[in-house]
Design a protein around this ligand. Structure first.
Ligand code: HEM
Length: 153
């Protein structure tokens, strides 16, 4: 059981962090090169709509498996496992940023595009990009700390 939770937890982290890296390092620059603003905005809205729909499932799985492992393996939150405590903090921060971006700028972008206001949609997209970039940095840090704490001591 604990192994299954661990596998689900790590797969969730791979999807979340890997998806953000792909969006920022590959998709976004390629869309800038190949597309004019209206097509680019429509593409990025579709990309984030699908990616965020996946994350609404993946993020709770990461948090729930993390909390359950903490209970099963380490007998609660008081245990001295520094890397899991750091992961817990950055994980909660990342989840909060995701929810804020999905309910804030993402919705604003969708509404602006529906109303034909491209400038407003572009400004909202930029806020989404900043939130995703921050979460990518936190996600990479979290994975590095998790791996370091487990194998590096
Ligand atoms: C509520 C938040 C979280 C909790 C309570 C939590 C808890 C845990 C626990 C208990 C383990 C097993 C640790 C071990 O056996 O050494 C683990 C492993 C791991 N977690 Fe998390 N986690 C959380 C969020 C995250 C997030 C957001 C990510 C990445 C984006 C992440 C990535 C990993 C990775 C890569 C491992 C495997 C390396 C390792 O075992 O240390 N975790 N987590």
């Amino acid at each position: 059981m604990a192994t299954l939770l661990y596998v689900l937890h790590v797969l969730g982290a791979v999807l979340w962090v890997g998806g953000m890296a792909f969006a920022l390092f590959a998709l976004r620059p390629a869309a800038h090169e190949a597309l004019e603003a209206p097509q680019r905005l429509a593409l990025m809205l579709g990309v984030f709509r699908r990616f965020f729909r996946v994350l609404w499932h993946v993020v709770p799985i990461i948090l729930l498996t993390g909390w359950t492992m903490l209970g099963f393996w380490y007998w609660g939150f008081g245990a001295s496992i520094w890397h899991v405590h750091v992961m817990h903090g950055t994980g909660l921060l990342m989840a909060g940023i995701f929810v804020a971006v999905a309910l804030g700028p993402f919705r604003a972008m969708r509404a602006a595009l529906a109303a034909g206001d491209r400038a407003k949609a572009a400004a909202a997209l930029d806020r989404i990009r900043k939130g995703v970039a921050l979460n990518l940095a936190l996600g990479l840090l979290t994975v590095a700390i998790a791996a370091w704490g487990r194998f590096g001591g």
